[in-house]
Design a protein around this ligand. Structure first.
Ligand SMILES: Cc1cc2nc3c(=O)[nH]c(=O)nc-3n(C[C@H](O)[C@H](O)[C@H](O)COP(=O)(O)OP(=O)(O)OC[C@H]3O[C@@H](n4cnc5c(N)ncnc54)[C@H](O)[C@@H]3O)c2cc1C
Length: 387
């Protein structure tokens, strides 16, 4: 049979796209190489815009029933210098919960909406017509035909690579080590990121008495980690003063992060989530972008399927909408990285933001997708930073 849509990857982007398309009556197949529930290297914080996207998807109730921690803002500390706190406005908040829980809920939601889900099967190739148009995938050695292939297969997307749409090799060489820890003191509803040289340590409670700790190591120090990710992670925990903290699972390692794409559409295929381009996890916008990108993709795919035209040209409205939605946030990520990779600059900025709480809030609102990035360009705010 030919599916209307074959979705490669059942993370937040793939599950959300599949749920929306199946809910509209399309025949959708999701293929994921993992068996769920599965862990995913992530700091596991969903920003307020991501919470809204879960609500629109109709799955927020199930996610809240899983007991996530509430996230009211972030404290950002420079290395050995000042720190600042930015809070989300009023009742607006994010949440944090383990990805094995979140992603399993989202994949179940896709199933309930009518999508067929096959797990434990790896996609290895794209199928193409004589004219080069994508017409399906090879999954577990078998050909699977689809009117459109949705590449939602994350940071190392096989769909992206086979489409030849990767713009260049990664330049941001960082390694992230992630684990769950018990015994981290209460942080008044806020996550913390502490700079550590040119890297950082992020800590956020994720419910059930657990905290997610993510240690980001700059590329030039990655050799120090060697094959000893767990020992390095545990030492970083002690360095942060968490003497009584106890790691409850293995450490996941991932990197590098910078993965720009030339375009997220091709004849017969479309990319969504991390597969559609990725920079740095520091600002914690990835899950929101996966969910919002899935909404934009499902809209464009529905129009293309109805018109019987899934060419790159027909899918261009998605490419344009995606750029409008995400390019300002990507620029902000580059600015944030410029500060994080220069410890003296970060110390200076943290001191300023500590003394100017409205400016600190504005930065956290933009990074949390609560307000558009352009809200930071108001002359009054810029003056607060500079004067
Ligand atoms: C260290 C780190 C910390 C982060 N912290 C945050 C944070 O706090 N908040 C936030 O919002 N974002 C964060 N992110 C980003 C976030 O994790 C991603 O943006 C998000 O997971 C993207 O979702 P996705 O569905 O596109 O991809 P993924 O969640 O990666 O899902 C891709 C799926 O595709 C499957 N797959 C891959 N290849 C194949 C294949 N060949 N065949 C079949 N299946 C395949 C995988 O098994 C996986 O299930 C962080 C990322 C990192 C690396």
């Amino acid at each position: 049979m030919t599916w209307d849509a074959v979705v490669v990857g059942g993370g937040p982007a793939g599950s959300a796209a599949a749920a929306l398309l199946a809910g509209d009556g399309w025949r959708v197949l999701v293929i994921d190489r993992a068996q769920f529930p599965r862990r995913k290297a992530c700091a596991e914080c969903i920003n307020p815009a991501g919470v809204d996207a879960l609500r629109r998807l109709g799955v927020l109730g199930r996610v809240m029933a899983a007991g996530p921690a509430r996230l009211d803002g972030w404290r950002i500390a420079s290395d050995g210098g000042p720190s600042f706190l930015g809070r989300f406005p009023g009742e607006v908040h994010g949440i944090a919960l383990p990805r094995e829980t979140l992603d399993a809920i989202l994949l179940d939601h896709a199933r309930d909406a009518g999508a067929t889900v096959r797990t434990g099967i790896r996609v290895t190739e794209l199928l193409r017509d004589d004219d080069g148009r994508v017409r399906g995938v090879v999954a577990g050695g078998e050909e699977v035909a689809g009117r459109i292939v949705v590449g939602a297969d994350g940071l190392r997307s096989i769909v992206l690579r086979r489409l030849g749409l990767l713009a260049r090799a990664p330049r941001l060489r960082k390694l992230a080590l992630t684990g769950h820890v018990r015994g981290v003191p209460e942080m008044h509803g806020c996550g913390t990121v502490r700079a550590r040289g040119r890297g950082c340590v992020g800590v956020a409670h994720v419910g059930g008495g657990l905290a997610n700790v993510t240690v980001v190591v700059p590329g030039e120090q990655a050799r120090e980690v060697g094959g000893q990710a767990e020992a390095y992670f545990d030492a970083a925990l002690r360095e942060c003063g968490f003497m009584d903290a106890e790691r409850v699972d293995g450490v996941l390692a991932t990197g590098p992060f910078d993965c720009p794409v030339r375009s997220a559409v091709a004849d017969g295929a479309l990319l969504v989530g991390d597969a559609a381009g990725y920079y740095d996890p520091f600002t914690g916008q990835g899950i929101y972008r996966a969910l919002r990108g899935a909404e934009l993709a499902a809209q464009a795919i529905g129009v293309a399927l109805r018109a019987g035209d899934t060419s790159a040209a027909a899918l261009m409205p998605y490419e344009r909408a995606r750029r409008r939605a995400f390019v300002p946030g990507e620029r902000l990520q580059h600015v944030v990285e410029a500060f994080v990779s220069r410890p003296r600059l970060l110390r200076w900025a943290a001191g300023r933001l500590d003394r100017r709480p409205r400016l600190a809030d504005a930065v956290i609102h933009a990074a949390g997708d609560v307000r558009p990035v352009r809200s930071l360009l108001r002359p009054a705010l810029i003056a607060q930073l500079v004067v």
